[in-house]
Design a protein around this ligand. Structure first.
Ligand code: SF4
Ligand code: ZN
Length: 726
C-alpha cells in the first residue's frame, strides 16, 4: 500500500476517533450514561459494531468500551517518510473509523444535528433493509455505489447518477466537497431521490458513510445468516455477495481516506476522480483497491469493471417480442422482408476479443442504410461484428460466444437465424419490419444477452453491423483468417498439451455414476461439450457441471490413465468407478450415460471394431441394433468391448489408440462414413493407410460379421495384420 494513503487513512482515523470521544462525552454530559443510544427501528443496534464484535450497544455508557477498542486498533500515525509495507494497519484504522462514526451518528440522534433533515434520510430501518436488501440477494439490484463527496457540477452528478440507476445499482450518498454534496447537486436539478428511485441521500457529514457500510453488514446477518461477531464471514459475504464500491468525488481528505480504508475491509474498492495514490495490487478486493483520476464519463464503467460487477439488463429494448418461444419460428419466403446474406450478398457473424480500453460497452453502430434502404425480397449484405472485452475473457471463448448468436437472435420474433460464420442466411419478416425491427436491434440483443448469459466472462460488448457490400467485404478477409486460425488451434490442441481435463456431470441426473472426462482430443460423448466448452462453462459457472480435473501423475500413457482423473472419478461416481482409460475400449473403458452419438463394438472375428451412430436404426454386424446396444451399455457402467463416444472422436488421433486406433475400424454405416469421411481420411493419411475409407465396410457391402470379414479380405483391410485384439 502506498505510504501516502496509508498515513492519510491512519491520520483520518485518529481524527474521527477523537471526534467520537468528544461527541460521546458531550452527549453523556447532556443525557447521562444510561441514556439509550440507537439507530431507529432496528434489531441490529449499531450494526457495524454489532456485526464485527457481537456487542449490542444499548446505552451511551456501552459506547465507552467500543471507543477504547477503536483506539486500541489505531496504529500510530506513521511519519510521511516511513513506508508501510502492508495494508493491515490501514485496514485496522479503517475499521476503527467505522466504529467511531457509528458512535458519532448515534449521538447525533440524541443531541443533534439530527441525521434526518431536509433531503437527508439517515439510517435505514429494518423494514427498508429487508425490502431492499433482498434485492441484493435475488439479484434485482446487483449492489450499491457509495458516493462520497460531490461532482464538479450538478449536470455531471445527474449523469453519473442516471448511469448508475441504469445499471440497477443503489446510489448511497454521503459527505461533501467544499460545502456541496452529490445529493444536493441532484436536488438542485430536480432529481427525485429516496429508496424507491434507488438514490439514497444518507447524510452530508462524512460520518454518514457508515449507513452505507452498515447496510451491508445487516444484509449479511439478515440474508446470509452470518452471526453477530463473526466478522470474517461478514466481510467475506460482502466481498463475495454484495457488489459495492465507493466513489470518491472531489478532493479526498484524511477522513475520506479513513472511510475508504474502512470500505476496503469489505472488499469494496474505491474509485476516485482525483489524483490520489493508486493501490493496484489485488488482495483484499476482487481487483484493485483504489483507482485514481478516472474521468467522469468513464467512472461508472470503471467502477463496475474494478469491482467485477456483472450488469444484467432485464428488459430488451426492441419493438418485437423476445423469448425462447420464438426460436422455433420459421420465416417463409412469402413472409420475408429481406434476407441477410444469401445469394449474391456477402455476410458473416463474428465475435472477437478486445482490450477493455479499445471498446465501449453498449455501443451499437450500423454502417449503412439499415433496413429502410432496401426493397422487399432483397438479399442484403450483412456483417455482424461483435467485439467483447472482459477480465476473464479468453481468445478461446470467441467461437463459443459466436455460436450463441444463433439462439440469441433467433429468440426475437421476426428474425430467423440460419447458418454461421461467413455462411449466414438470416431473415427479417415483413411483420417485424413493420413493427419497427431494424438491424441495430440485432446489436441490442447481442449486447444484452451476452451480458445476461455470459456476464462471468464478458464485461463489455460492442456491436457493429455492416450492411453495405463494400464494408462487409472489407472485413471478410479478417474473419476468414480468424476462422482458419481457430480451426487450426483447436485441431492442434492435444491431451498432452494441457494440464487439465474437464468433467461433465450433467447426465448424473439419470446416470448417477456417469461422468464424462473431456479432453482436447476427446469431447463429451454426446458431442456437444468440447474441452473448450468445458473450460468456458467452468469460467462462467465455477460451481456448475464442468469441473477442472488435474490430470496428475501419468499411470499409463498408452491407455490414457492418470492418477488425478481416476481419483476424480472415484469421488464423483460414489466410488462405483475406480479407473478409466481415455484411449481404450477394452481395458477400463469410460462409462456411458446414454447420450452417446456413437457406439463402438468389438468384432472379435474381424480383429477389429464397428462404429454405429444413433440415426442408424437397422441391424449391425455385431448382431444388435443401436437401440439394443444403447440399452445394454448405458446407465453409467463400464462395459469392456463397448464404448459410447462422440462422432468427432472417430477423427481424433486418440481414437481407441490403445487398442490399435483407427486401423481397427472395419465397419460403419454409410451415412456416418460420409459425414466423418474427410476427418477419417486425414488421419488415415497421417497413419500411412492407403485408401482407408474405402476399406471400411458399410451396410451396403456387409451386414454380418462374416460378411465384414469377407470384405476386409477382399480389400486387404489393415486390421487383418494387427496383433490380436483379445
Ligand atoms: Fe455432459 Fe454430454 Fe457427457 Fe452428458 S454426455 S455428461 S451432457 S458431456
Ligand atoms: Zn449423457
Amino acid at each position: 500500500m502506498s505510504k501516502i494513503i496509508c498515513s492519510a487513512a491512519i491520520r483520518g482515523a485518529h481524527k474521527i476517533v477523537k471526534r467520537a470521544e468528544e461527541k460521546l462525552h458531550e452527549t453523556i454530559e447532556k443525557k447521562g450514561k444510561d441514556c439509550p443510544v440507537e439507530f431507529p427501528n432496528t434489531a441490529y443496534y449499531l450494526p457495524i459494531i454489532y456485526s464485527m464484535t457481537g456487542i449490542g450497544v444499548k446505552t451511551l455508557g456501552d459506547c465507552l468500551p467500543i471507543l477504547e477498542m477503536a483506539k486500541g486498533m489505531l496504529p500510530p500515525i506513521p511519519e510521511e517518510k516511513h513506508w508501510l509495507p502492508y495494508l493491515g494497519h490501514a485496514l485496522d484504522a479503517g475499521m476503527a473509523t467505522l466504529f467511531a462514526e457509528e458512535v458519532i451518528e448515534g449521538c447525533k440522534y440524541l443531541i443533534g444535528p439530527h441525521p434526518v433533515e431536509g433531503i437527508w434520510l439517515g439510517a435505514a430501518d429494518d423494514i427498508i433493509m429487508r425490502e431492499r436488501g433482498i434485492e441484493f440477494v435475488d439479484g434485482t439490484a446487483p449492489g450499491f455505489a457509495a458516493i462520497v463527496g460531490a461532482a464538479p457540477d450538478a449536470d455531471t452528478a445527474v449523469k453519473i447518477a442516471r448511469e448508475l440507476q441504469e445499471k440497477n445499482l443503489y446510489v448511497f450518498m454521503s459527505a461533501e466537497t467544499h460545502g456541496v454534496s452529490f445529493a444536493e447537486q441532484l436536488a438542485e436539478k430536480g432529481v427525485q431521490m429516496g429508496w424507491k428511485t434507488r438514490l439514497v441521500p444518507f447524510g452530508k457529514d462524512i460520518t454518514a458513510t457508515v449507513y452505507s457500510l452498515g447496510f451491508a453488514n445487516r444484509a449479511a446477518m439478515s440474508f446470509g445468516a452470518v452471526k453477530p461477531g463473526d466478522f470474517r464471514r461478514n466481510l467475506l459475504y460482502n466481498k463475495n455477495r454484495i457488489f459495492a464500491f465507493a466513489m470518491a468525488l472531489g478532493e479526498v481528505d484524511d477522513e475520506k481516506y479513513a472511510n475508504a480504508a474502512g470500505a476496503i475491509n469489505y472488499g469494496f474498492p474505491c474509485i476516485a476522480d482525483t489524483d490520489i495514490p493508486a493501490i493496484l495490487p489485488t488482495g483484499v478486493c476482487t481487483y484493485e483497491h483504489v483507482v485514481p483520476s478516472v474521468p467522469h464519463d468513464k467512472i461508472v464503467d470503471k467502477a463496475i469493471e474494478v469491482r467485477g460487477l456483472k450488469v444484467t439488463i432485464h428488459k430488451l429494448d426492441i419493438p418485437v417480442s423476445y423469448g425462447p418461444a420464438f426460436e422455433g419460428e420459421r420465416i417463409r419466403k412469402e413472409e420475408m422482408f429481406v434476407e441477410l446474406g444469401g445469394p449474391g450478398a456477402p455476410g458473416f457473424e463474428f465475435v472477437v476479443m478486445r482490450e477493455s480500453s479499445e471498446i465501449e460497452d453498449g455501443k451499437i453502430t450500423v454502417v449503412g442504410p439499415d433496413l429502410e434502404g432496401f426493397k422487399e425480397g432483397e438479399s442484403i449484405p450483412v456483417g455482424i461484428y461483435v467485439e467483447v472485452a472482459g477480465r476473464k475473457m479468453q481468445k478461446d471463448f470467441e467461437p463459443i460466444l459466436e455460436r450463441q448468436i444463433h439462439r440469441f437472435i433467433g429468440e426475437a420474433q421476426g428474425i430467423f437465424h440460419m447458418g454461421q460464420r461467413d455462411q449466414i442466411r438470416h431473415r427479417i419478416s415483413k411483420e417485424g419490419f413493420k413493427a419497427g425491427l431494424r438491424l441495430k436491434h440485432i446489436g441490442t440483443i447481442i449486447h444484452a444477452k451476452f451480458h445476461e448469459d455470459f456476464g462471468a466472462i464478458v464485461d463489455k460488448v460492442q456491436v457493429t453491423i455492416y450492411n453495405t457490400k463494400a464494408s462487409v467485404e472489407q472485413h471478410l478477409g479478417e474473419t476468414h483468417r480468424a476462422f482458419a486460425e481457430r480451426d487450426e488451434r483447436i485441431l492442434g490442441m492435444t491431451d498432452d498439451s494441457v494440464p487439465l481435463f474437464y468433467s461433465c456431470s450433467l447426465c448424473q441426473s439419470f446416470a448417477p455414476t456417469h461422468v464424462c472426462v473431456i479432453s482436447p482430443e476427446r469431447s463429451g460423448l454426446c458431442g456437444s461439450v468440447s474441452w473448450l466448452d468445458g473450460k468456458a462453462s467452468y469460467e462462467i459457472t465455477p460451481t456448475g457441471p464442468n469441473q477442472p480435473i488435474e490430470k496428475g501423475h501419468l499411470i499409463d500413457e498408452t491407455l490414457g490413465q492418470w492418477e488425478g482423473v481416476n481419483k476424480f472419478l472415484i469421488d464423483s461416481s460414489s466410488r462405483k468407478v475406480e479407473k478409466i482409460s481415455m484411449y481404450s475400449m477394452i481395458t477400463d473403458p469410460t462409462t456411458s450415460c446414454g447420450c452417446f452419438e456413437c457406439i463402438s463394438v468389438l468384432l472379435p472375428m474381424c480383429n477389429g471394431i464397428m462404429t454405429v451412430h444413433r440415426d442408424f436404426t437397422e441391424m449391425t454386424p455385431c448382431g444388435m441394433k443401436f437401440s439394443t446396444l444403447a440399452g445394454s451399455i448405458g446407465g453409467g457402467q463400464q462395459t469392456p468391448g463397448f464404448v459410447g463416444h462422440s462422432k468427432l472422436y472417430i477423427g481424433s488421433r486418440k481414437f481407441i489408440s490403445a487398442d490399435g486406433g483407427l486401423s481397427r475400424l472395419v465397419w460403419m454405416p454409410k451415412e456416418l462414413k460420409e459425414e466423418m469421411g474427410h476427418l477419417i481420411e486425414k488421419r488415415a493419411k497421417e497413419l500411412g493407410l492407403e485408401d482407408f475409407l474405402n476399406k471400411i465396410a458399410d451396410e451396403t457391402v456387409a451386414q454380418t460379421e462374416e460378411e465384414v470379414l469377407a470384405y476386409m479380405q477382399q480389400v486387404n483391410h489393415p486390421a487383418l495384420v494387427l496383433a490380436p485384439l483379445i
